[in-house]
Design a protein around this ligand. Structure first.
Ligand code: NAD
Length: 472
């Protein structure tokens, strides 16, 4: 299979093209380099019909059978990891080793989820009756994913949905459709036709999916604004929903940290993937006792970081992924300048047509500055000074979002106490960006609705059925 040409959708196990097409742009050059199909209502209908037809057989297979096929599917990713990683860099922009990391982590994740179980649970067992809790698949799942982790976030949905016996129509972001299209092509020889379908297209395609009556569940990852539209579309039929949405996550750095020891990790937690991470640190609250030394250390790391084309050896951080985001970030930086905020820039961004933004720190802006209040979703990080624990917790929680956060301190007990007071679904202590197939992941407030991963995530792709069995 040639990963670098002939991009087709997969519907019912077969290649599907359309007369209309869409260009895919390499964010390191700003120029198109690939063309993909542009699906409309007819193709969505075809994909749903194929997934519905496949559902009957797929749900009847044993979980062991489905597990074996998903493990084969994971092996196929591993065998093609280098090529998929290169394609990933070309469409998403990330530095090559980090892209390869996501592809390989995707394969590992798929295998780990494939090994999970969905046993019948006994809710009650008395002399008169036994009550069994069965978990049945829902039907056809619509999976809608963003461009920032185009590979892993698709796997987060594919693995549990298919293991539980559902079939799927996946829609990648219009900005990053290529890895998903090739993944489905790779799996045409492994999964039965119709079990896993991929459609791609423009902005109008998401609403076509969420409006389609054939879906039993929509699993969506993306922005909070779009998540609200998805929820409204799902309301008409009470379609089951998981929403993984935006965040404006904090790191709280206590006065007892060893600045030299933590700076690199803090930097990584904020700027990994050019800060296009839902769970990245987006507001860094630093205790006044260590504010200046840590700020200077972070600034030195920003100056030393190499921003460039992800396929060039030595690049640490790629471009931001798309032009609208690039323009929004430039406007955010411009606005900060015009408000006389102090900006500490990293190494200069390469010239040319690529969407490169220098890694930028904002030195203690006011709490109501746009760069603090909004999810920048790019490499512009506000550093904020604090002096009191109650005050910093109040500031951290003063956000419509509640995805994740981190607390940095040598005093683990105090850090846990702070973690328990943060209104978020995840908190890390002295670490960043942690997740794992076995650990449930959930957002609070406008960061989400429902759970992915872990036992709860797997169960969210099932219908609970209680069967009451008399003993007399
Ligand atoms: P987005 O909401 O613009 O798009 C996400 C997906 O939804 C894309 O596939 C898009 O084509 C599709 N879409 C757009 N409009 C739609 C509609 N009306 N109905 C259905 N689908 C529609 O988000 P984005 O810019 O691609 O991604 C960045 C956002 O995603 C950030 O806010 C980030 O925090 C969030 N995110 C959250 C998580 C999480 O797990 N909580 C993970 C990654 C990214």
């Amino acid at each position: 299979m040639d990963l670098f040409s002939d991009y087709t959708m997969t519907i019912g196990g077969k290649a599907r093209t359309t007369a209309a097409t869409l260009d895919v742009i390499n964010p390191a050059t700003g120029r198109p380099f690939a063309t993909v199909p542009k699906a409309g209502a007819a193709e969505v209908d075809e994909a749903v019909t194929a997934a519905q037809a496949a559902f009957a057989g797929w749900r009847q297979r044993t979980i062991e059978d489905r597990r074996a096929l998903l493990i084969q599917a994971a092996d196929a990713i591993k065998a093609n990891a280098a090529g998929l990683a290169k394609l990933f860099v070309m469409e998403q922009g990330r530095a090559f080793e980090a892209a390869r990391g996501e592809v390989l982590f995707g394969a590992t994740w798929l295998k780990a989820v494939a090994r999970q179980e969905l046993p019948v649970e006994i809710a009650e067992d008395t002399p008169s009756r036994r009550v069994e809790l069965h978990r049945e698949p829902l039907g056809v799942v619509a999976a809608i994913v963003p461009w920032n982790f185009p590979f892993l976030l698709a796997i987060w949905k594919i693995a549990p949905a298919l293991l539980a016996g559902n079939t799927m129509v996946l829609k990648p972001s219009p900005f990053t459709p290529l890895c998903a299209l090739k993944l489905a092509e790779l799996w045409r020889e492994i999964l039965p036709p119709g079990v896993f379908n991929v459609v791609c297209g423009g902005d109008e395609l998401g609403p076509l999916l969420t409006a389609h009556p054939g879906f039993a569940k929509i699993s969506f990852t993306g922005s909070t604004a779009t998540g609200k539209r998805v929820m409204a579309a799902a309301a008409g039929r009470l379609t089951r929903l998981t929403l993984e949405l935006g965040g404006n996550d904090v790191a709280i750095v206590m006065p007892d940290v060893d600045v030299d020891a933590v700076a690199k990790e803090l930097f990584h937690g904020a700027f990994y993937n050019s800060a296009q991470v839902c769970i990245a640190t987006k507001r860094m609250y630093i205790h006044e006792a260590v504010y200046e030394p840590l700020r200077d250390r972070l600034h030195a790391l920003a100056r030393a970081a190499v921003v460039g084309d992800g396929l060039q050896p030595g690049t640490n951080y790629g471009p931001v992924q798309n032009k609208p985001l690039y323009e929004r970030l430039l406007a955010l930086i411009e606005e900060a300048h015009s408000q006389d905020l102090t900006l500490l820039s990293g190494s200069p961004a390469p010239e040319g047509g690529g969407y490169f933004v220098p890694l930028t720190l904002v030195d203690n802006p006011p709490e109501d500055a746009r760069v603090v209040v909004e999810e920048a979703f790019g490499p512009v990080l506000p550093l904020l000074r604090f002096s009191d624990v109650d005050e910093v917790i109040r500031r951290a929680n003063d956000s419509p979002y509640g995805l994740a956060g981190a607390v940095w301190s040598r005093d683990i007990e105090q850090a846990v106490a702070i973690a328990r007071r943060l209104d978020t679904g995840n908190v890390w202590i002295n670490q960043n960006l942690q997740n794992s197939p076995g650990i449930p992941f959930a957002g609070r407030k406008e960061s989400g609705f429902g759970v992915e991963n872990g036992e709860e995530g797997l169960k969210s792709f099932t219908q609970l059925k209680a069967i009451f069995i008399p003993k007399v």
